[in-house]
Design a protein around this ligand. Sequence first.
Ligand code: HEC
Length: 102
Amino acid sequence: MKVILTAAFFASFVFVASGHAQSAPAAYTQKCQMCHGATGRGDTPAGKALGARAFNTPDVMKLSNADLLSVIKNGKGKMPAFAGKVSDADITALAAYVRKLQ
Ligand code: HEC
């Protein structure tokens, strides 16, 4: 019985931990959320001040994956560039996460 409970405890822990990792890459919470918000609406004080649009507005929806990668790497308007600050693998994961938020 004790063994089963222990196994169940660890199984639920792994489930919660991996669920969290999928909900937002650490790089998003650390580098993007302050402007784009947890849900990608740009509704934070910094996002509103700088004019970050919601990721689900039509103009942003129609950007290609290459466009998303390029904005994240090179910046755009008041958005800072992240090439060199975030690894290429993280930039790819961030672009995929922007798509998911849309
Ligand atoms: C300092 C605030 C700030 C941070 C931090 C920031 N952004 Fe932005 N982002 C902006 C602003 C402002 C725009 C709109 C730029 C424009 O159109 O002039 C933008 C635009 C974008 C766009 C294109 C959508 C559009 O409106 O054209 C994407 C995609 C994006 N950001 C993703 C990210 C990701 C991913 C991160 C984290 C690595 C990030 N941003 C970090 C401010 C920020």
